[in-house]
Every structure is written in C-alpha cells, then in structure tokens.
Write a protein that binds this ligand. Structure first.
Ligand SMILES: *[C@@H]1O[C@H](CO)[C@@H](O)[C@H](O)[C@H]1NC(C)=O
Ligand SMILES: *[C@@H]1O[C@H](CO)[C@@H](O)[C@H](O)[C@H]1NC(C)=O
Ligand SMILES: *[C@@H]1O[C@H](CO)[C@@H](O)[C@H](O)[C@H]1NC(C)=O
Ligand SMILES: *[C@@H]1O[C@H](CO)[C@@H](O)[C@H](O)[C@H]1NC(C)=O
Ligand SMILES: *[C@@H]1O[C@H](CO)[C@@H](O)[C@H](O)[C@H]1NC(C)=O
Ligand SMILES: *[C@@H]1O[C@H](CO)[C@@H](O)[C@H](O)[C@H]1NC(C)=O
Ligand SMILES: [Cu+2]
Length: 192
C-alpha cells in the first residue's frame, strides 16, 4: 500500500515536472517547423500547432529523412492536418519523449515538403546534427523540390541510437478523431 502510494506520488511528480515544448507548423504559411529542432528531457511533451496549410509531422530516420519510419515499430505520425484559411481553432498533435538519449527525426509528408526542408528534430547529436539531417532531406532526389527554408537551431545531447516514445494526439476538429483513439490508448497504456 505504502509503496503503491509512493509510486503514485512519484509518477505524479514526474508528470508535474514535465515541460511542454510548443512547435508551430507552417508559421506564416511557410514550409517550416518553428523551432525546427528542440532539446527535450524524458517526459517532456512536444506539442505541434498546425496553423496553416495541410501538413503532417511524421517520424523518419537520420539516414532517410523523407521516408516514414516503419521499423522496429511504426513511427509517430500526426496524419494530415488541414487548416482552413479562416480557422479559429488550430489542430494540435503531441507526443511525449521517453528516451532523451535517442534523437528523434521528423518530416512533413505532404508532397515535396520534406525535400523543401520541412523537417524537425528532437535531441539531435553532435554526430547527427539537425543541419546534416536537413541537408540530407533536401538532397533526396526522388521528386523535384520547391522552395522553402527553415531557420536552423541545433540542440545537442549525447549519444545516438534507437527510438522509443509514446504518443497521443489531440485534434480540436472532431472529424479527425479516427486513429487518434489508438494513440490515446498507447498513452493510457504507458500511464497505467
Ligand atoms: C504552449 O502552448 C499552450 C497553448 O497551446 C500554452 O498554454 C503554453 O503556455 C505554451 N507553452 C509554452 C512553453 O510556450
Ligand atoms: C513569421 O513572420 C514574423 C513576422 O514577420 C517573423 O518574425 C517570423 O520569423 C516569421 N516566421 C517564419 C517561420 O517565417
Ligand atoms: C491534405 O493533403 C492530403 C495529401 O496530399 C490530401 O489527401 C487531402 O485531401 C488534403 N486535405 C485537404 C483538406 O486539402
Ligand atoms: C470559412 O471556413 C468554412 C469552413 O471551412 C468555409 O466553408 C468557408 O468558405 C470559409 N470562408 C472563408 C471566407 O474563407
Ligand atoms: C540521387 O539520385 C541518384 C541517381 O538516381 C542516386 O544514385 C543517389 O543515391 C540519389 N541521392 C540521394 C541522396 O538519394
Ligand atoms: C535510450 O536510448 C539509449 C541511446 O539510444 C539506449 O542506449 C538506451 O537503451 C535507451 N533506454 C531505454 C530505456 O530504452
Ligand atoms: Cu508540409
């Protein structure tokens, strides 16, 4: 009993101390994540606000920036988040960082946006920098690229490797709830 109560308290304390890191997607209608790279601690939530256009935040890998991560597990993917020009509420998507020692790499999978540099990173390293990731993204040549640039901002954290995370999604437009349920279930699973 006592142990359970203590565990619950520690769990709560961990939740309370976790920070939320806001990232704006398509600020001013540009093909950008702002900021484009963040440093997060374990438990921190990275929350994306999609303010314009029709974009995604989709997990990839350093070596293949514009391809959705499917191994060892399916990566994080917000799905397309269209925002009408006169929207008063913007869609939001978030996930929590569970291993700050593992960098996480993302792109927008709308046609050619990745190749235009619409990429994002959590905890890039000295070896695998955000700038190098973005350059790889823009160097992919499966499709022609359009214009767009991202102000770079590099976080740093030691040691690279495998990916681990939990994710959840909050969509203010209830028409997009399909698929979110599963993600919420994953989050609930990590809490319980
Ligand atoms: C993140 O955005 C939310 C609203 O979406 C706001 O309440 C919160 O203060 C923001 N956090 C930071 C660190 O800016
Ligand atoms: C959006 O516009 C504001 C005001 O001009 C500017 O400060 C900001 O850097 C712009 N953001 C992006 C991502 O271009
Ligand atoms: C958003 O983009 C996707 C992929 O291009 C497309 O299938 C979808 O119809 C778009 N949604 C809107 C509302 O334009
Ligand atoms: C505002 O949004 C609604 C729903 O997306 C759309 O039907 C309408 O045409 C929009 N109006 C303007 C002025 O953009
Ligand atoms: C670009 O295309 C060439 C030829 O198709 C290929 O050999 C090369 O690996 C590609 N580069 C990248 C970064 O995908
Ligand atoms: C966190 O990531 C590091 C570096 O990739 C890895 O060595 C470690 O095993 C991971 N820890 C967990 C709990 O997954
Ligand atoms: Cu995009």
């Amino acid at each position: 009993m006592r142990f359970t109560a203590l565990s619950a308290f520690l769990g709560l304390a961990a939740c309370v101390s976790a920070a939320t890191i806001n990232v704006t997607v398509a600020e001013n209608g540009t093909l950008t994540f702002t900021p484009s790279s963040v440093t997060a601690n374990n438990g921190d939530v990275v929350a994306f606000q999609f303010v314009a256009g029709n974009h995604t935040v989709t997990q990839s890998s350093f070596t293949d920036p514009c391809t959705m991560l499917t191994t060892p597990t399916l990566g994080i993917d917000s799905g397309f988040q269209p925002v009408s020009a006169n929207a008063t509420m913007v869609p939001q998507y978030s996930f929590s960082v569970t291993n700050a020692s593992s960098p996480l790499w993302f792109y927008c999978r709308q046609a050619r946006h990745c190749e235009a540099g619409m990429v994002f990173a959590v905890n890039p390293t000295a070896d695998n920098t955000f700038d190098a990731f973005k350059a790889r993204a823009m160097g992919t040549n499966t499709t022609s690229s359009s214009t767009g640039s991202v102000p770079s901002q590099t976080g740093s954290v030691p040691s690279p490797s495998a990916t681990s995370y939990s994710s959840d999604a909050l969509r203010f437009d209830s028409s997009k709830l399909t698929g979110i349920i599963g993600l919420v279930a994953i989050l609930a699973g990590t809490i319980l």
